[in-house]
Design a binder for this molecule. Structure first.
Ligand code: UN1
Length: 509
């Protein structure tokens, strides 16, 4: 995928070819909305939007298809996801080209995102034979007590631009093996990636002769998304985005007693102990702080460093940042691609102004680059800012590559600093002291959903549950037993005794 970007049309041509290879059909295109590339600012394609009636119809179709799909044996439902995984493997490069063009990822990360889809498909296929319920000893003779897991209904998925297809696939692969149907509202920024993923799934659905309507894609904006949030036919609403979005959505889903799975802000920190292997820490920090241009939910935004090593570590970091090449991800040598749009750049600029006003010193970065070559794209130097403490700007998450550095003197203080912010997605500690590692992962340690040791905050595997606490929303997606949120649980008590003993020894007729 190496190519020097000389003409903007090169990118559009590549994307068009990839969309065609994935089987996106002509009816998706129109004149209602444009899909832009953050690489150049160019329009990649124009799309047709779905109106309120079409959103309503999509929910209706998914609801009707649920009635059939829930009756299909789960391992057979798994066969559909197996086929989807095969098609994703076959079209890994095509989909990565589109993800790269729309989300601005470097090639390796764009391919990694599609790999994450393939991985969750594998996981979900296995899970389709493991939708286990428990049996428990009954307190009554001649009774069996057990639980069963049943399909839940329509799952609404609202996904973000930064992982335009992976996070959606975590939800979709599990929801479909669990017997649910899906209505997907992708980010308005990454509609082409969505159309391509949807087309591959639609092909798998056809080939496996699954009910055609089990998967619906709605090309719509916030207003269309609201219809999904408020619709009582949507049993589970899984949404990834900002804390602000979550605050709006959560009460609306709760009001109708729907189920919500929220994956909201991050603001993740790493603690660096004086015992840490600094070379290893350096690589982990740079990947998590700078990868995806700091636009992951799991991006590292805070570094809590022991005061005895802070100068040494920041010096190494500044040096490492100096070697990162920034520019179009179409050029393989670049490790830092663009911010997604001008607003992100403005937010970054503002955060850096605020940080300085709050006593911070910029150690490196923060400037826009390549503005002459790409006047409509926003490439920035990742920034490191030394802060006297975690002031307000450090508490607010800015979705851009800014790493704030603060110091600690004892480990309890470091944990307190880690936990001080309102968000609670990911965290990590770099240490060779086993006691510190254990304390970090203990009940009184990191309060985040992810607590890593000697690894950065980002780049989780699909096998573990993914999600976070506090303002991050509390949801868990992806691996482990996250599948349970996509199903409803029933408890069954079976009496084969021929008598009717009552629980708790109650006597009646
Ligand atoms: C996200 O940014 O919403 O752990 C998801 C990671 C990726 C997923 C990030 N596997 O960084």
């Amino acid at each position: 995928m190496t190519e020097t970007l000389t003409q903007s049309s090169v990118l559009t041509t590549r994307v068009k070819a990839a969309l065609e290879a994935c089987g996106v059909d002509a009816s998706a295109y129109g004149t209602d909305r444009s899909s832009f590339s953050p690489l150049t600012g160019e329009v990649l394609a124009q799309l047709r939007s779905h109106g309120a009636d079409e959103v309503d119809a999509a929910i209706g179709k998914a609801d009707a298809a649920f009635k059939t799909w829930r009756e299909v044996p789960a391992p057979e439902r798994g066969n559909l996801i197996k086929r989807w995984g095969e098609l994703l493997t076959e079209h890994k490069e095509d989909l990565a080209v589109i993800v790269q063009a729309e989300a601005g990822k470097i090639t390796s990360e764009a391919l990694g995102e599609v790999q994450e889809m393939i991985d969750i498909c594998d996981f979900a296929v296995g899970q389709s034979r493991m939708l286990y319920g428990k049996t428990m000893p009954s307190e009554r003779p001649g009774h069996r007590l057990m639980e069963t897991w049943h399909p839940l209904g329509v799952v609404g998925v609202i996904s973000a631009f930064n992982f335009p297809v992976a996070v959606y696939s975590w939800n979709t692969a599990l929801a479909l093996v669990c017997g649910d149907t899906v209505v997907w509202k992708p980010s308005e920024i990454t509609m082409l990636s969505a159309l391509a993923s949807h087309a591959l799934l639609a092909r798998a659905v056809r080939e496996c002769q699954a009910p055609a309507d089990i998967h619906q894609l709605i090309v719509t904006d916030r207003v269309g998304g609201q219809l999904l949030v408020k619709d009582p036919r949507v049993a589970l609403l899984s949404a990834t985005g900002s804390v602000r979005m979550g605050r709006e959505i959560a009460p609306q889903v709760a009001e109708r007693f729907g189920r919500a799975l929220l994956e909201l802000g991050g603001n993740n920190a790493a603690i660096v102990s004086p015992t840490a292997d600094l070379d290893l820490a350096l690589r982990g920090i740079v990947f998590s702080a700078v990868g995806t241009a700091g636009q992951r939910c799991t991006s590292m935004r805070r570094l809590i460093v022991h005061e005895s090593i802070v100068d040494q570590l920041t010096e190494k970091l500044v040096q490492a940042y100096g070697t990162l090449s920034i520019g179009s991800p179409l050029d393989e040598k670049n490790l830092v691609g663009p911010l997604v749009h001008e607003r992100s750049f403005k937010d970054m600029e503002q955060a850096l102004v605020d940080a300085q006003e709050q006593g911070g010193t910029i150690l490196t970065g923060g400037k826009r680059v390549l503005a002459d070559e790409f006047p409509n794209a926003y490439y920035v130097e990742p920034a490191i800012v030394r802060m006297p403490s975690q002031t307000q700007v450090v508490h607010d998450e800015t979705f851009a590559p800014i790493l704030y550095v603060v110091t600690y003197s004892d480990f309890d203080e470091a944990i307190a600093l880690n936990n001080e912010v309102p968000q609670g997605l990911s965290s990590s500690v770099f240490t060779q002291d086993q006691g510190e590692a254990e304390r970090f992962m203990a009940a009184s340690g990191s309060d985040c959903g992810i607590a890593n040791v000697n690894i950065g905050t980002s780049g989780a595997e699909i096998g573990g549950a993914f999600g976070g606490e506090k303002e991050t929303g509390g949801g868990r997606e992806s691996g482990s037993d996250s599948w349970k949120v996509y199903m409803r649980q029933a408890t069954n008590t079976v009496n084969y005794s021929g008598k009717l003993p009552l629980a708790q020894g109650v006597e009646f007729i």
